[in-house]
Design a protein around this ligand. Structure first.
Ligand code: IPD
Ligand code: CA
Ligand code: CA
Length: 264
């Protein structure tokens, strides 16, 4: 496999898709809900996924695709080349804010992440990484993260996980909020992972993320030394929805041991 050529191909596809998304603001966007009233999807999410899938199937017929909107393949194993695609990560932001959403893409071979992309469409910021070749924001290489402490960290966490909820004990989470320097929540898991990769925040944690939310960002974050795992400390399976943390390596185990206690 020529990964350099694949990288150029993926980047041009992403930029073209980004252009379609920007243009969609001049059209009437159809909004509907999926699993719940706040789980939103638009015709643009679907059209962008179909755009990627048509191109990938035409140019790489042996590759498989897992996409959020369901136009891809049924993926039950990680064999071969798989593209994990979220055509719009942060659909609520896309609808309400018209910014702070991203295209998220990860390309894996036999479960190993080779190419990762998170494209902040409105900022025109493309975060990318190739395995063992470093991570980039546009053409600028991102530096390795330096060690930190929880006291000096900004924690990326959604307020849902601080309020009583069915996934995680919220009292240790309150203690974490009180111990750290500050908290942030941006509403796009993929962008939040790039914030960890650039050191703008030091950890991002979520109780429920799907493979297409994290596949691209994990490669980018890994290239600057961040650690990604489930909240049990295991590697994400990329086959189902799971808990998730990506953090500066120096605080990862302390966060899991002292502050993030999953409910039984
Ligand atoms: C969602 C966003 C959100 C995260 C949710 C995701 P979507 O993705 O990343 O920030 O909290 O868990 O499902 O639905 O906008 O693609
Ligand atoms: Ca998503
Ligand atoms: Ca999405």
């Amino acid at each position: 496999m020529n990964w350099g050529a694949m990288d150029r191909y993926a980047k041009s596809l992403i930029k073209e898709a980004g252009h379609h998304i920007k243009h969609s603001f001049f059209t009437e966007i159809e909004i509907s809900s999926k699993s719940s009233a706040n789980d939103l999807v638009t015709n643009i999410d679907r059209e962008i996924e179909q755009f990627f899938i048509t191109r990938i199937r035409r140019d790489f017929p042996n590759h498989r695709i897992m996409g959020e909107e369901g136009f891809g393949d049924e993926i039950q194993s990680l064999n071969g080349v798989i593209w994990f695609l979220d055509p719009i990560d942060g659909t609520m932001n896309f609808i309400h804010q018209k910014r702070n959403f991203a295209i998220s893409l990860g390309i894996y071979i036999d479960g190993i992440g080779m190419l990762g992309y998170v494209y902040d469409v409105m900022a025109d910021d493309l975060y990318s990484a190739m395995k063992d070749e470093g991570a980039y924001l546009n053409d600028i290489r991102l530096p390795q993260l330096t060690d930190t402490t929880i006291e000096e960290s900004i924690i990326g966490v959604n307020a849902s996980w601080i309020a009583p909820n069915r996934y995680v004990e919220n009292n240790p989470m309150i203690e974490l909020v009180n111990t750290c320097r500050g908290t942030r929540s941006y509403g796009s898991a993929a962008l939040e992972m790039t914030h960890v990769a650039t050191g703008r925040v030091d950890v991002y944690v979520s109780m429920r993320l799907s493979p297409w939310d994290i596949a691209g960002g994990m490669i980018i974050a890994g290239e600057v030394g961040a650690i990604s795992s489930t909240l049990n400390g295991e590697q994400s399976s990329l086959l189902e929805q799971e808990t998730f943390i990506v953090s500066n390596a120096s605080i990862h185990s302390q966060l899991l041991e002292d502050f993030i206690v999953l409910k039984k």
